[in-house]
Design a protein around this ligand. Structure first.
Ligand SMILES: *Cc1c(COP(=O)(O)O)cnc(C)c1O
Length: 356
């Protein structure tokens, strides 16, 4: 694939933040972006790297009305050796293709996209922050751009990748979060798009999060939409439990997003010889387990936070504390080890890091 390069002019170049503390997640963007277009009959074309800047879209662009789109989220890290590395990037492009299948979007060539991303990262390498715990967040996105407000499969698409330097998720150490089980709303239904990383899922979750925040909770715990019993996810993260020393996470049923952090924790747990299970878990089992002490840890898992311990779980107006309300040893071990691989402090036995 031929990529046209248009570099930002010296006066267009921005200065990366000197320190990431105080920078709000996802609000600062690097100097360049990768773009390409897709047209019916022509496929992907016009691949280019150009200065980061506004898109030109018709107000009738299909994505703006019907949300035919997909996106991804991954990170580049500055390793101890000074090199820059990506964590399992092929998994993100593979998952993007799964989302695209479900949303009738054109698929990408995983190796070509990895190559394009690396070229972009080499050009904007000065934007990979170096302070402890920081990283460069990467957002690939596909949008349906045909100008038509009749509902159908779009005949035109735009794919782009933008880069955003982000600070440490836990500048003052772990902060266990208080979460509320959503009884009023659901995130995803069987046969729906819960396992796709597509915009509408997140728009639909905002009200539940807003109402939970008003009650003093940071995030929502989602139950299955049919029986309202089986635990699915927490906020925009997968969820894990430690039950009688076994690491348990909900099995992928189609309404759960198949997280790459989730997959990595399962693989790490097995590698360490721990007992891991993917199965259905009811809210009753967890509440009972919190009371009798068999459930010792609850934590979310995702790219942004890596691991997010839960201190309090609220259901039907009742708050239940998880353990002593602090970060448990399993969550800590996963966090330390996975970030250790990402920053190059730990060996990488699975070859998860892809050097740029
Ligand atoms: C992105 C996402 C996750 C986590 O996936 P990772 O690949 O680990 O970042 C989990 N749940 C939802 C709903 C998500 O959007």
């Amino acid at each position: 694939m031929k990529i046209k390069l248009t570099k930002a002019l010296p006066e267009q170049l921005k200065t990366p933040p000197a320190s990431m503390s105080g920078v709000v997640f996802g609000t600062v963007f690097s100097d360049h972006m990768f773009c390409m277009e897709w047209d019916d009959g022509k496929g992907w074309h016009s691949a280019q790297i150009k200065p980061y800047g506004p898109l030109t879209l018709e107000p009738s662009s299909m994505v703006l009305h019907y949300a035919q789109m997909s996106f991804e989220g991954l990170k580049a890290y500055k390793l101890e050796s000074g090199e820059h590395g990506l964590f399992r990037p092929r998994e993100n492009f593979k998952r993007m293709n799964l989302t695209s299948k479900r949303m009738c979007l054109p698929e990408l060539d995983v190796e070509e996209m990895l190559d394009a991303l690396k070229q972009l990262l080499r050009l904007d390498s000065g934007w990979v922050p170096g302070e402890e715990g920081t990283s460069l967040y990467i957002r690939p996105t596909i949008l349906a751009t045909e100008k038509a407000i009749g509902l159908k499969v779009s005949s035109k698409y735009l794919f782009y990748i933008i880069l955003s330097p982000v600070g440490p998720y836990y500048p003052q150490g772990f902060n266990p979060v208080n979460i509320m089980v959503s009884e009023k709303y659901v995130r995803a239904v069987p046969g729906g798009v819960g396992n796709a990383k597509t915009g509408g899922n997140y728009a639909a979750s905002i009200l539940a999060e807003k109402e939970a925040k008003e009650l003093g909770y940071t995030q929502v715990l989602w139950l299955d939409a049919v029986e309202r019993r089986y635990i699915e996810e927490v906020g925009s993260m997968n969820i894990f439990f430690v039950i009688n020393d076994t690491i348990v996470t909900p099995m992928l049923t189609g309404s759960i997003l198949p997280g790459i952090t989730r997959m990595s924790l399962l693989e790490l747990g097995k590698h360490w010889g721990l007992k891991v299970e993917e199965r259905r878990i009811t809210i009753e089992e967890v509440l009972q387990g919190l009371k009798d002490g068999s459930v010792t840890e609850v934590f979310g898992a995702g790219t942004a936070a890596v691991v997010s311990p839960v201190g309090i779980l609220s259901y039907k107006g009742e708050d239940c504390q998880v353990g002593n309300g602090e970060t448990g040893p399993v969550a800590m071990q996963f966090y330390e080890h996975l970030t250790g691989i990402q920053y190059g402090h730990e060996s990488d036995p699975f070859g998860w890091m892809e050097m740029i």
